[in-house]
Design a protein around this ligand. Structure first.
Ligand code: PRX
Length: 632
């Protein structure tokens, strides 16, 4: 076995040879002409001139050896469904959806917005898009009409695919009315909407625009739609994520680089083998769902479980039951889910035969030591923390046991992966931090490895300005995360440098929540901060100045208004973005130049020292908040 240090060094020093080797993990219609084109930094073009197809690599390629093996296992504990699709069946379903999309006028390069619950049709839809060279843009089903409308306007999809409803904790959550409202709100009007009718909620169909999936599928039971061979640099999808401004960014991914990056990660990091089962508990609305529910496992020839439901229904053994039943070898989840399970009876973990499981990967938010220890003890398999972002598409920091076995350290996601030249930079001096324990911003030196975002959809300038311009005089990519590194090179993530918060592993922009709250007619000013939470990692807390203070004259009035404001956020952004509390103040702490002192507010809410307050305009403003959160 090679040493990981050598493997990593080679990925940077002998980059083209290294990635040309990795590129052999996937099928090419025509081989790449150029491995890495970095002639126009910070943009990187991987495997240009090569033609391939993501859907071919995820589905068709496996027909030769494993057509009748499981590919997609759909499990819903909400609707009590459990359906296994073999690669052959998946291939047929994907072609049917591809045929429907072609009939609805979709061409290569067009966008298809997918706003769906965790059902098999959502996976078929994603794969159908990449099959025909259309870009999918999946919007998390938990987002409401306002979020959806802004994404429709940015992606300008020709077709939207949705469903009558999702279900959560046994309660039907209608999607169609939210979609209709979003299309009304949006300037861009999709020409067609394709709707899966699960029989959960009645739908009003819009004549000429809305089509039912079932009857259209029946028309195409035997239609064959070949894969469209696209250049490796052809975009495969956009996926929206939050940043510093209120406007979400469309992260644009390529085709060839992404396929190679995922195939390599499945081998070196996740160590999943063809014929085995992979279970990621994420949602297709997030990047983990794209990379490690759909594309990564399927590219590796594994069966992948798509799960609709809670980890605790019908009981806290439901996931472990699936591990036993489908002989899951690799599992991927988030620390919050583990913290939820930790509160349940530990007997549920002992009830099932978990001997197939080799590792549990956790990502998306900091993994605290007690949680890591508990689950590691309970499962008796390695718990592998991994740090990455929507932007990167695959892990930046973790350990690659497929190259060389390395110990995990509790509290650390690990070390930089091959292809990533990671540095810590002091924000004030812009110097590189090289001593153990020094704190800095995690940055990555270009060129970025395959799989990394190509650009911000239709906004190259925003890509450069947002990610590559934060360290003056040095064109490096900023992750906007603080970290330290120990003497063995292991990183410890300390939190975001920007206004992004992480609630139960969901990345949210506080600016977006503030904009939503500001639309309430009584709100004059608002600040939203992320506050540490035992279960969810962080929760959003809102501080609001009311235009007419008589509206919050007593506790009952405050409670009513708090409820109203929460409803505004629910209906515009979705319950995921709802602040846990809305508190009313008469002033917000700002600097003399008028900048909100969010960090000070956050510190006070967490009963920490507020830090340097020399620039504060009105100390009484912070005092009001301090009085609400007296130091412990
Ligand atoms: O702040 C970091 C945190 O989540 C952010 C990225 O979120 P998202 O774009 O949703 O991608 C998640 C992909 C797994 C990062 O900037 N984060 C992610 N993983 C970790 C983490 N923080 C600490 N430890 C992690 N393992």
């Amino acid at each position: 076995m090679a040493s990981f240090a050598d493997f990593h060094a080679r990925s940077l020093n002998d980059r083209d040879a290294f990635w040309a080797e990795q590129a052999q993990l996937i099928d090419w219609q025509t081989p790449p002409q150029e491995i890495c084109d970095h002639s126009n930094p910070p943009f990187t073009r991987w495997f240009a001139g090569g033609t391939t197809n993501l859907c071919h690599n995820a589905v068709d390629r496996h027909l030769k050896d494993r057509a009748d093996q499981a590919a997609l296992i759909f499990v819903s504990t909400e609707t009590n469904q459990e359906v296994t699709y073999t690669f052959r069946q998946l291939h047929a379903e994907v072609q049917r959806v591809a045929a429907m999309l072609l009939e609805l006028g979709i061409k290569k390069g067009d966008r298809v917005l997918i706003y769906m619950p965790m059902i098999a049709e959502a996976a078929f839809a994603m794969l159908a898009c990449t099959r025909i060279g259309a870009l999918h843009s999946v919007v998390f089903g938990g987002f409401a009409s306002g979020s959806l409308a802004s994404r429709i306007d940015n992606a300008t999809p020709t077709v939207v695919i949705s469903a009558d409803a999702g279900s959560r904790s046994g309660k039907v959550v209608p999607y169609k009315p939210l979609l209709d409202e979003a299309i009304t709100l949006a300037k861009h009007k999709p020409s067609a909407v394709l709707l899966v009718d699960r029989g959960l909620s009645a739908m009003n169909l819009v004549e000429g625009r809305d089509h039912l999936y079932g009857p259209l599928r029946d028309k195409h039971l035997n239609t064959e739609v070949p894969c469209e061979w696209v250049d490796a640099t052809h975009p495969s999808y956009t996926l929206y994520t939050s940043g510093t401004t209120g406007k979400p960014k469309g992260v644009q991914r390529d085709t060839g680089g992404y396929a190679v990056a995922l195939a390599a990660s499945m081998k070196h990091i996740f160590q999943g083998n063809p014929g085995e089962t992979y279970f990621s508990t994420s949602d297709i609305g997030w990047v983990v769902g794209h990379s490690y529910i759909i594309y990564g496992p399927l590219i590796a020839g594994m069966a992948t479980i798509m799960y609709e439901g809670l980890p605790t229904r019908p009981d806290a053994g439901v996931w472990w039951n699936l591990v036993e039943k489908y002989k899951v070898t690799v599992m991927f989840s988030a620390p919050t889910a583990v913290r939820v399970l930790k509160k349940q009876d530990p007997a549920f973990l002992k009830k099932y035969d978990l001997s197939s499981l080799r590792a549990l990967f956790l990502a998306g938010e900091p993994l605290d030591e007690p949680t890591a220890e508990w689950i590691s003890e309970a499962l008796g398999v390695p718990i592998i923390d991994n740090y990455w972002q929507t932007e990167s598409g695959w892990p930046i920091l973790t350990i690659a046991n497929g190259i060389e076995k390395a110990p995990s350290k509790f509290g650390s996601p690990g070390i930089p992966m091959y292809g990533y030249n990671v540095k810590l930079i002091n924000e004030n001096t812009n110097e590189e931090m090289t001593e153990p324990g020094e704190k800095g911003v995690v940055v990555i030196e270009g060129p970025m490895p395959p799989g990394f975002m190509q650009t911000v959809w239709q906004d190259d300038k925003r890509f450069v300005d947002t990610y590559w311009s934060s360290i003056p005089g040095r064109m490096v990519y900023s992750t906007f995360d603080w970290a330290t590194r120990d003497k063995d090179g292991y990183f410890f993530i300390l939190g975001r440098t920007d206004d992004v918060i992480n609630v139960a592993g969901h990345r949210l922009g506080t600016r977006e929540i503030e904009e939503s709250i500001s639309s309430h007619p009584n709100v004059a000013e608002v600040a939203v901060v992320g506050v540490a939470d035992q279960l969810k990692g962080q929760v959003a807390m809102a501080f609001v100045i009311i235009k007419d203070p008589s509206k919050v004259a007593d506790d009952a009035a405050k409670l009513t208004l708090e409820g109203e404001i929460m409803k505004v956020v629910d209906s515009q952004l979705g319950a995921v973005a709802r602040p846990s509390r809305v508190r009313f103040v008469t002033a917000l702490p700002k600097t003399r130049s008028g900048k909100l002192l969010r960090r000070a507010i956050q510190a006070v809410c967490e009963q920490r020292d507020a830090g340097d307050l020399t620039t504060i305009e009105d100390p009484m403003a912070l005092k009001q908040i301090q009085d609400m959160f007296p130091p412990a």
